[in-house]
Design a protein around this ligand. Structure first.
Ligand SMILES: C[S@@+](CC[C@H](N)C(=O)[O-])C[C@H]1O[C@@H](n2cnc3c(N)ncnc32)[C@H](O)[C@@H]1O
Length: 551
């Protein structure tokens, strides 16, 4: 009861949209819920450090959390914006905030290291950062990691790196970060290197019922790190209840062991396993492993039109504009438009009855002058709306030339709140970008159906969590190259009677019994999120992947 009062009293009231919400995003001003600030502050101040440092103070949430947890030392920090500290509400004295510098933490020259650092850094994506800023950030990564990061890494990651640079020997650091820091293709070398240099003590992840930011589309997690020699195990905690005391108790328990109670589950995990699986993801059981989807199919994203409202039409619109159906193909736009796991012609008829678009203007490179008059006028109307100047469209020649896809036998609905599923495309439509196209190597009817059954098997769908990116509210997003790696468990393959293609089997037989351990970090390498990291190509995935070079 007492806990609930604390939560309500300190909660930030977020504007749901509009300029006020945009201003918060621009400045990265989302306050940590007090129940979690208390947990993080309690852990970093457990050894009674002289100073607690927060590089992005905001209203002073963590200082309030530390005082509530009994910390009596000094508070120091940075805050870029002249916002009003909220000392009264957070139980702080004016003195607690007197050592906060109003200025930029990233550019600051710090003269000493800190024994305790806590932060919820500004979550600012790369496209909001200037080139000058990016150059400054690159240097931080080179100093701390020995290599620079992909240009698409956000400011929050550099806050972590700079704080680690100033973490005193034996000191503790707690950071609240979005799960994308350990789910991107470039995150593996990043965490591998950090875990070589620092001790990752624990990771907190949250069920939807305990999400730190329930109405925000990010999956937040907490990293607890110390500047000590790395250990080979970490604590990985799944929090189910916003119960600060239970979480602190679990962290204070010196023994790392598997434990379960109503508020949380604590797993003891091998560091190597946690890094390989992804720190945001639960431990995998041996039974969940299997054959990657790339052995059975090629994955390609759906069609990006660049202007759905112009290219993707309803039956009525086609009639209204006097266009001819022979210039269109049947298509499906939104995952909501197909709620089943089979897409039939009757599904399209139902959509048409609801005035949903199902016709995609499918022009090739034919010059406008050679097209029928009504179609020409329609294209001219598009040019008047400057559609031909839009980012995705302007590179096409001519601008109205549509991307081509053979109707894929299976579609994958890839962004949803636990609604990821594979759809048998009996209607033979092409999908737009709400879907991925799955083209089985074996195109025989029976083989396609077996693959579809195997993919929709609950044990396979569970494995999506080990490939995709997680968002708030339990949503998952899976890109084509990630779907390639989705493993179909052996038991599922047996259940549906599916065998990996013979070519794959041969390649697997050729694989050496033991390859050297994966070491994806190299000093001079540079991360590249599309090609992996520098020259360290993982031979195993190349051997196993019959799709490479063909996608
Ligand atoms: C996510 S909020 C966290 C605030 C507070 N520590 C909390 O957890 O509730 C991040 C804060 O960083 C501030 N900020 C943004 N850029 C900064 C920078 N370059 N240096 C210091 N603070 C910055 C924002 O104004 C914002 O108050």
């Amino acid at each position: 009861m007492k806990e609930a009062t604390v939560i309500d009293q300190h909660a930030q009231v977020l504007p749901s949209s509009g300029p006020k919400r945009e201003a918060l995003r621009e400045k990265g001003q989302f306050w940590t819920p007090f129940w979690l600030a208390k947990v993080m502050a309690a852990w970093v101040t457990e050894l009674r450090p002289k100073t607690l440092f927060d590089p992005a103070v905001g209203p002073g949430t963590f200082f309030g959390g530390a005082r509530a947890a009994g910390y009596t030392g000094r508070c120091e920090g940075y805050e870029l914006h002249e916002i009003s500290f909220d000392g009264d509400r957070l139980g702080l004295s004016p003195n607690d905030l007197s050592r906060v510098v109003v200025g930029d933490f990233i550019g600051a020259q710090l003269s000493r290291a800190f024994p305790a650092i806590v932060s919820n850094p500004p979550y600012i994506r790369h496209h909001r950062l200037s080139d000058e800023r990016k150059a400054e950030l690159r240097q931080i990564a080179e100093r701390v990691l020995g290599f620079s990061l992909d240009g698409r890494v956000g400011l929050h990651v550099y806050f972590l790196l700079k704080c680690l640079e100033y973490l005193a020997s034996g000191g503790r650091l707690a950071f609240l970060l979005p799960a994308d820091v350990c789910e991107g293709i470039s995150s593996r070398p990043f965490w591998n290197r950090l875990c070589e240099r620092f001790r990752l003590e624990a990771v907190l992840t949250f069920d939807e019922s305990a999400a730190p930011f329930p109405k925000v589309d990010t999956n937040a997690m907490v990293f607890l790190i110390s500047n000590n020699t790395p250990l080979d195990s970490i604590r990985w905690i799944r929090v189910r209840k916003r119960d600060s005391e239970a979480i602190v108790r679990s962290l204070r328990n010196m023994k790392i062991e598997n434990r379960d109670n109503t508020a949380l589950t604590c797993y003891k995990r091998k560091l190597t396993e946690a890094l390989a699986t992804g720190l945001s993801r639960p431990p995998r059981t041996a039974l969940s492993h299997g054959t990657p989807l790339s052995h059975f199919a090629r994955i390609v994203r759906g069609i990006a039109t660049g202007a759905n409202e112009f290219f993707f039409l309803t039956n009525e619109q086609i009639t209204e504009f006097g266009l001819e159906k022979r210039y269109f193909v049947r298509a499906i736009g939104r995952t909501r438009d197909c709620r089943d796991d089979t897409l039939r012609t009757s599904t399209l008829a139902a959509l048409e009855a609801q005035a949903r678009p199902t016709w995609l203007l499918n022009l090739d490179g034919t010059p406008k002058e050679r097209l029928p008059t009504r179609l020409r006028s329609y294209l001219v109307a598009g040019e008047k709306q400057k559609l031909n100047e839009r980012a995705l469209i302007q590179g096409r020649r001519p601008w109205y030339k549509m991307e081509r896809r053979t109707p894929p036998p299976i579609l994958f609905a890839y962004l949803g709140r636990r609604a990821c599923r594979f759809i048998l495309n009996e209607a033979r439509v092409v999908p737009l970008t709400g879907f991925l196209c799955v083209y089985p190597w074996d195109t025989r009817h029976d083989a396609v159906r077996k693959l579809w059954r195997a993919l929709n098997h609950p044990a396979t769908l569970e494995n999506l969590a080990f490939t995709g990116k997680s968002y708030g509210g339990g949503a998952l997003k899976v890109e084509p190259r990630q779907l390639d790696t989705l493993e179909i468990p052996k038991a599922v393959l047996q259940e549906v009677g599916l065998e990996p293609p013979v070519a794959t089997e041969l390649l697997l037989l050729e694989e050496p019994a033991s390859l050297p351990p994966r070491r994806s970090v190299q000093k001079s390498g540079k991360m590249n999120s599309t090609k992996g990291f520098g020259p360290t190509v993982d031979k195993r995935s190349r051997l196993k992947n019959p799709a490479s070079g063909r996608a």
